[in-house]
Write a protein that binds this ligand. Structure first.
Ligand code: ZN
Length: 318
């Protein structure tokens, strides 16, 4: 049987200042800072991971922080437009108030019979909170500034913007195992055939030219592959669709494979394990700069190149 992804594993975006990034995702959104490392392909750049209390796959949004001097991106076709987190229905008013108190502009709308709060992070990354009857694997984080009842419950969906539905839809349905579920206005919704947390992908068509990668844009969206063997099956299926997948790469916390789908969005496949506790205790996730073994000998040089960052600060509640 052809493999099926259960859903989103992580989303990775590019931002400017690392301090501002961490202060927002921890201090405002209440996520846990679960890993501080560097981009393995660009070791002068921080790679941050923010997730639930344990860094569970399907809850982690990650960032390359290019600094304020880094190139800004422009949104366009071939990009992830928004990343949506699941929240409880009862939490929507809490979040509308909390975001407003932190000077974040929030929209509220109904889509696919769900209430959605929309806003942007300080770098312009599009985010949403969706109240839906959907499963969650998220573990609360006891030290979050957000009360447990209102904490984000992992990803719900991503919205991808492409020039035309067809080619991207074909990869979603024929390779990754998504099924077309509904259409609402110009938005097509797909759900993983196996369901589970973070199993929704929305597609929209845009007239805008191809987006340009840079700060304020999403770099890639990663879908889960059960294990490395499954990943290799997906790899063969990509090749049959004339995509050009990477090799399977060791990202220390998971194995990864990259391939750009024909609409231009960079898709990653990631294994659930081994996870973030391979190099830090669960209690101390995100407290040290972790490096893969093959970069340890360069640690001094790497640490000197990194931008100033004091760890996430949690602002006094207004
Ligand atoms: Zn990734």
């Amino acid at each position: 049987m052809a493999p099926v992804t259960p859903g989103i594993h992580h989303v990775t975006a590019i931002v400017g200042d690392p301090q501002r990034n961490a202060d927002f995702y921890v201090g405002v959104l209440g996520l846990r800072f679960v890993k501080k490392t560097v981009n393995h392909d660009d070791t002068g750049t921080y790679h941050f991971y923010f997730g639930d209390g344990e860094g569970t796959p399907g809850t982690n949004i990650t960032f390359f922080a290019w600094g304020e001097q880094g190139q800004r991106g422009t949104f366009g076709a071939g990009q992830t437009q928004t990343t949506a987190y699941l929240v409880d229905e009862d939490s929507l008013d809490y979040w509308a108030d909390r975001l407003a108190a932190h000077d974040v502009e929030v929209t509220r709308e109904e889509r696919f019979d769900e209430t959605v709060l929309g806003f942007e992070d300080p770098d312009g990354i599009g985010l949403e909170l969706v109240a839906a009857d959907a499963p969650s694997d998220a573990t609360p984080w006891a030290d979050s500034p957000v009360p447990e009842a209102h904490q984000l419950k992992g990803f719900y969906s991503v919205r991808l913007a492409v020039s035309e539905f067809g080619p991207t839809e074909e990869i979603l349905t024929d390779v990754l195992g998504f099924e077309h579920e509904a259409t609402d206005g110009g938005r097509r919704r797909y759900r993983s055939a196996t369901g589970g947390p973070g199993s929704v992908v929305d597609l929209v068509e845009t007239d805008q030219p191809r987006g340009r990668m840079g700060a304020g844009t999403v770099h890639h969206v990663a879908f889960e592959a059960a294990d490395e063997a499954t990943m290799r099956e997906f790899r063969e299926a990509y090749k049959q669709q004339e995509m050009k997948p990477s090799e399977v790469i060791d990202r220390k916390y998971f194995r990864a494979l990259y391939a750009r789908e024909p609409g231009g969005v960079l898709f990653e496949l990631s294994t659930p394990g081994p996870g973030f506790a391979v190099d830090e205790d669960l209690d101390s996730l995100g407290t040290s700069l972790t490096l893969p073994e093959w970069l340890e000998s360069d640690r001094d040089v790497i640490e000197r190149q990194l931008l100033p960052f004091d760890g996430p600060s949690i602002p006094a509640e207004k």
